[in-house]
Design a protein around this ligand. Structure first.
Ligand code: SF4
Length: 318
């Protein structure tokens, strides 16, 4: 009831802010992304974890910090994405973090490259309380898969997924729901029919064909698919490329959720991969205080006035 009431407050304060063009904010975050680690086993070219290009510190979330974040947010939180940058399964206590959130009645999801699902941990995954597992797999042959997921092994991903789905069926578990996410690029779009066949055969719960964010899109990129239905960008008359979606001076995400890095920085959203807009640190202030501090409110104000003045918002489809 408290969570529903909180959501209602968020929704109406968001709507009111649009009308008066000033940030009115009632309520607390209903969703959070918390980063277990910045470490990753892969080297994907559009990802700072993969490129090892962070300027913020890299490391692993401590259990104490996670417990603190849950304690401060559990009364309002409806959805926790235990993911931001990095591969969550590299965190040695990852499944314990999931269980802790689950015990606090929070719907818990994660995203993974699925290189760490094997006999030794499959039952623990099923028993952890994890509700949703989003698996990134962007190719149906090793050659195409590794073109983006550099260092990845497609066979490992497919075997891990098959093992998890089979064991889930055998043990009559409902969770975690498996969402197979395919970032469509100019290099893998021709494999979509094969992907659909495989996803049906193996029995994933949902297949998502996602558009890919490209940092330097203005001059085009071979990562932009030919089928523009799968592209965030479209060509312009002068030979350049632009975002397909018209940017509006609003963002629901700024009213409903936030990101917390492994070392406790609170960020506005997942587009701030390097923590440029750190709104506060959990070591210094609790989540509700950061959520409504002047820095956060100023950010929301800038967004309502002219979103284009914030660099991370310029390449965002929200
Ligand atoms: S990048 Fe800007 S517009 Fe996009 S979700 Fe983040 S704050 Fe909102």
């Amino acid at each position: 009831m408290k969570k529903l009431y909180n959501f209602t407050l968020l929704y109406f304060s968001f709507q009111l802010s649009q009308i008066i063009r000033k940030p009115i904010h009632w309520g607390k975050p209903t969703t959070l992304s918390i980063e277990p680690t910045t470490s990753c086993n892969l080297r994907c070219p559009e990802c700072p974890s993969g490129l090892r290009s962070f300027t913020r510190p890299t490391g692993m979330l401590s259990k104490q910090l996670f417990e603190k974040a849950i304690e401060q947010s559990k009364d309002y939180l409806t959805y926790l994405h235990l993911y931001f940058q990095g591969e969550p399964f590299l965190h040695p206590e990852f499944l314990e973090l999931v269980s802790l959130a689950d015990r606090n009645q929070i719907f818990t999801a994660t995203s993974t490259n699925a290189h760490y699902i094997h006999e030794d941990n499959v039952d623990k995954i099923l028993q952890s309380g994890l509700k949703q597992l989003i698996v990134s797999m962007d190719g149906m042959t090793q050659e195409v898969y590794q073109d983006y997921r550099i260092g990845g092994k497609l066979e490992k991903v497919q075997k891990g997924l098959a093992l998890l789905l089979n064991r889930r069926r055998e043990t009559k578990n409902t969770y975690p729901r498996i969402v197979l996410q395919y970032l469509v690029t100019g290099k893998n779009e021709q494999q979509i029919p094969a992907l659909k066949d495989w996803a049906r055969t193996i029995g994933v719960d949902e297949l998502q064909l996602k558009t890919t964010q490209i940092y330097d899109f203005e001059d085009g990129s071979d990562l932009i698919p030919k089928d523009l239905n799968y592209s965030r960008y479209i060509p312009t008359a002068n030979g350049k490329w632009k975002l397909k979606k018209t940017i509006e001076n609003k963002c629901w995400r700024m009213w409903q959720g936030a990101v917390i890095t492994w070392d406790g920085r609170m960020l506005p959203c997942c587009f701030d991969k390097d923590g440029k807009y750190t709104m506060g640190k959990l070591a210094e202030q609790p989540i509700p205080a950061i959520w409504s501090n002047s820095k956060y409110q100023n950010f929301r104000k800038m967004l309502l006035q002219n979103r284009k003045q914030i660099d991370i918002c310029q390449n965002c489809t929200e």
